[in-house]
Every structure is written in C-alpha cells, then in structure tokens.
Design a protein around this ligand. Sequence first.
Ligand SMILES: Cc1cc2nc3c(=O)[nH]c(=O)nc-3n(C[C@H](O)[C@H](O)[C@H](O)COP(=O)(O)OP(=O)(O)OC[C@H]3O[C@@H](n4cnc5c(N)ncnc54)[C@H](O)[C@@H]3O)c2cc1C
Length: 416
Amino acid sequence: MRYSGLRVIKEALTGHKGWGPAWRNPEPQASYDYIIIGGGGHGLAAAYYLAKEYGKKRIAVLEKSWIGSGNVGRNTTIIRSNYLLDGNEPFYEYSMQLWENLEQELNYNAMVSQRGIVNLIHSDPQRDAFTRRGNAMILNGADARLLSTAEVREMYPFLNFNDARFPIKGGLMQPRGGTVRHDAVAWGYARAADLLGVDIIQNCEVTGFRIENGTCKGVETTRGFIGATKVASSVAGSSSRVMAAAGMRLPIESCVLQAFVTEGLKPVLPGVITFGAGHFYCSQSDKGGLVFGGDPDGYNTYAQRGGLPVVEDVIESGMALIPALGRVRVLRNWGGLVDMSMDGSPIIDKTDVDGLYFNGGWCYGGFKATPAAGVCLAHLLATDTPHKLARAYRFDRFRRGYMIDEKGQGPFPNLH
Ligand SMILES: Cc1cc2nc3c(=O)[nH]c(=O)nc-3n(C[C@H](O)[C@H](O)[C@H](O)COP(=O)(O)OP(=O)(O)OC[C@H]3O[C@@H](n4cnc5c(N)ncnc54)[C@H](O)[C@@H]3O)c2cc1C
C-alpha cells in the first residue's frame, strides 16, 4: 500500500479499515545470504539499501527485542553535518543529503525538519575554532554561517547572554541541520525493506556465531541456528558483547547517555541549540516538549538507565544557558546504551573472520548517520570493499595511528 494524503482522507471517510500491518512478521528461514544483527536504524537501513541499491535477496534482520527499542527510538533526534575532519565531514554531508530525500524515497513521513542548528560560541578562541569548522563544512559542500551575538539574540532572546562565566559571543549555524522523528525512521526503513522482501525477525537474540576454519557460517539465536553467507553486527551499545561471542575485543566501551523531555510548551525554540561552554543541547518537539541532553554517565555499563548525578549536571548546564528552564517541569528521562569508540568516530569494516562484518562505535552521534551508514554497510556487504565515504572508518586506523579524533580528546571514550 502506498501512503499518501488521499489515502489518509479515504481511510478517514471509511472507518480506517484499509490499513494493513506496515511489515510482515515472518518465521526465520534455515539460512539467508545476508544476516544483519540488530533492528536499529542502521541495521534496517543497511538491509533496505542492500536490497534496493545492490539487488540482493534472502536478507534477514535479527532483532533481540522489537525494532526501534534501541537507540534509534531513544535519541534526541538531531541531524547535522557540521564536522571538521576529512574522514567525517563528507560522510555526514552525504547522510544529510539522504535525509533530505528520505521521506519520498521510503514513502514514509519521518518528519524530517531542517529547522537549523546553532552551536553557541562563548570565547574568542572558540570563535576561531568554529570558524575553521564552518570553513571545512563549506569546502565539503555543506552549509555554514557564522552568527553575531545580535543575530543569535534575535533568534533566541531568552538565552543568558550576559552570564559573566559564559557570555554568548555568537554562534556557528547550519541552517540545513535539524531533527527527524526518530522511531519513524526505524518504521520507515522497516516497511520499505519488508516491501523488498527483507525478513525482519523480532524477538530473536543472537547468542553466538558458528565459525568454522575462520569462516562465519551463521548465527546461534534464541530461535535456533540460522545459516548465512555473510553476517553483519550492527547492535550499537551491545557491540562489545556480541563481538565477544566471535572472540573479538573491540576498541569500544559502552556507557549510558540520558535524554530528557519537559511538559509541552507553546513554540519557543525554533531550532536546535548547543551550549558551547558545557555539554547541553536542546530542541523543541512538535508536541511542544523541550528535548535535551548532555554528557554521558561517567562509567561503563550495559544498563539502559542512567544515574542522578548526570541529571543534575545536565540541568545545571541547561539553567546556565536558559534560566527560564527552571520554571518548566521535566516529564521524563531515559537512557540509551552508546558504543563509544576510542577516537569518537565509527567503524564500518570486515573482521578477521571471513563473512563477518561490523558496524559500530557511533558514540552518541549515530542517528544522523543512519542513511549513510546503511548505504556504506550495504556496500561493504555487497562488494567486499569499503564505500569511498567510509574508507577512513576501518579497524586498522587504531593500529596505524590514523585516529579521527574530531574533538581532539585522545583515547578517552567518555570525552568524545
Ligand atoms: C539519549 C541519546 C541521545 C542521542 N541523541 C542523538 C542525536 O541527537 N543525534 C544523533 O545523531 N545521534 C544521537 N544518539 C546516538 C544514536 O541514537 C545512535 O548512535 C544510533 O541510533 C545507533 O544506531 P542504531 O539506530 O542502529 O542503534 P540501536 O537502535 O540501538 O540498534 C541496535 C539494535 O541491536 C539490538 N541488539 C542488541 N544485541 C542484539 C543481539 N544479541 N541480537 C539481536 N539484536 C540485538 C538492540 O535491541 C537494538 O535494537 C543518541 C543516543 C542516545 C542514547
């Protein structure tokens, strides 16, 4: 069924009896050509592009829970392509271009909203650094604008401009940045992949790999063994655990990142803002809630739930930037498991086991990467060569010393 405005009107007039399930619920087959572990945004997107762009068949996505239950449905929905380094910026700009056409491509309303993102500047050296970043973005075909304090004040008059500790001295804006309804991305890719014949198998946890003579023959799951010619792990915060089952130790640590939403307000925040003097970012959802987040919890864990010290820290940062936030009630907060790599950049690569591939290390920035990561993982699976935009995202950069350390923090995953 094609979704359209006319269809919505017809269904509204006929009692909504014509809507069918958006994807099937198939039983797993004995074997597939391609198995992707993890029904998050990346896994579903990779399955979709594998079928659509590379014409591959017999593809399954195995999800231990329900699709969208991981970070794809827990993130703060921000998309942007405002990176500095060569390994990153072209990749994220490509992802941005895919977002711009995603709803038409998937025939699904993912509420892609290019409402603009502003990174606030609080010191002169920070202006220099952001100017450099803006120039790198423009050189890579992205859009960037340096804003004066007056321009920021016009957009966001309620910010704390004259705070003696954190005066606002301007901003770096990417007008094409914005937000996308996160779980709709999972549903849109799931529906489009299913239409191309991909089996999406929920409640099917991968518990091990069958590896014979250095070749992966399939996966052990809670629903039995499933054979495969090629298997890719795309499980975000569970990457270390899943790959440990194949005998691999990854340059990745997992921790929790929390997010928060307030009660609904009238429209106050037209775009996304990030605080440059602490870790705090905020946007307003279409329902009116302010959606915000900050630093990850400072310890490694596989629990999808954060601690109170970070709640205090994030809200303090928020109050420093938007004092009026103190008048608003926080409705909910939640946590997601993020796979922090040693340099803050991702990995899309083959492994030493034939037929076993890996996509992970997205830290807390992988939502915006969903379309491009899907294309690049599909390309790797289909052709056994890295996509040209993901050549830098290989395991061997850690051995060769070619880190893509966007923030210049060194090998401290919690700081990226
Ligand atoms: C609070 C928070 C805010 C964030 N905000 C942003 C943001 O604003 N912008 C941005 O770009 N990024 C953001 N991120 C990061 C982003 O959400 C992730 O990097 C990205 O979603 C990871 O890819 P994914 O969607 O495939 O992951 P997931 O949705 O987590 O998918 C992985 C899936 O693997 C499944 N799985 C795990 N183990 C197994 C197994 N053994 N067998 C089968 N399935 C398994 C999980 O159940 C899960 O569904 C945020 C993350 C969090 C937690």
